[in-house]
Ligand binder design. Structure first.
Ligand SMILES: [Zn+2]
Length: 204
């Protein structure tokens, strides 16, 4: 793991949200589950991509619009490959994106679930005062406390994490972060370079 590059943490709920909608075949409101599959229509000059949901009773499909009439040249090539190969990460990321559900006027079935973090390096070098920089993606808007998330993901104890917070070593957007602060989408967490933290991270 390269410690000198900023990391991206994508927070993914363990169970992806279902959508409640009226099924034309069942003729009542049913639960539509994320199938993990995309449908891509790349005919002509414009690109459409949908994420497919299926009625849990009769398998009827409903397509949630991901990309609508876009110029293929504006689409990230890696992401496009991911749509074609039904990338589980993409299906999880789009399938937990609240803004997308709202855009599609889809009613989400609320779930109480655990989560996991998918870590990928970025190409952004970290600030020289930081020992760790983490860009958070939380598209499903899961309600998480920063201290609990960091303790779990970095495998350090809650009491150690508390010391980092108390010493003002955890920063978000130029400000010292409070331990109970919520983790939001787009947040950049910086942990200051201090010998004590370096040791604790090396010990794990
Ligand atoms: Zn049905």
């Amino acid at each position: 793991m390269n410690r000198d590059l900023r990391k991206l943490w994508l927070i993914i709920p363990d169970q992806l949200p279902s959508v409640i909608r009226r099924c034309p075949k069942c003729k009542e409101k049913t639960e539509f589950q994320n199938s993990g599959k995309f449908r891509v229509n790349a005919n002509g000059r414009l690109l459409d991509v949908w994420l497919i949901y299926r009625c849990s009773h009769c398998d009827t499909s409903w397509n949630m619009t991901i990309i609508e009439r876009a110029n293929p040249e504006n689409i990230d090539k890696e992401e496009y490959k991911g749509f074609l190969s039904n990338s589980p990460q993409l299906a999880a990321s789009y399938g937990s994106n609240r803004e997308l559900f709202i855009k599609n006027k889809a009613e989400i079935m609320e779930i109480k679930t655990g989560y996991h973090i998918l870590e990928t390096p970025t190409i952004t070098p970290i600030n020289k005062e930081s020992c760790l920089e983490i860009q958070i993606k939380n598209p499903s808007a899961l309600k998480l406390r920063a201290d609990v998330m960091l303790a779990g993901a970095l495998e350090v104890s809650r009491s150690q994490i508390k010391k980092w917070f108390d010493a003002g070593l955890v920063i978000a957007g130029q400000e010292t972060l409070l331990p109970g602060a919520r983790v939001f989408d787009g947040m950049l967490i910086q942990i200051k370079k201090e010998e004590v933290i370096r040791q604790e991270l090396l010990d794990v």
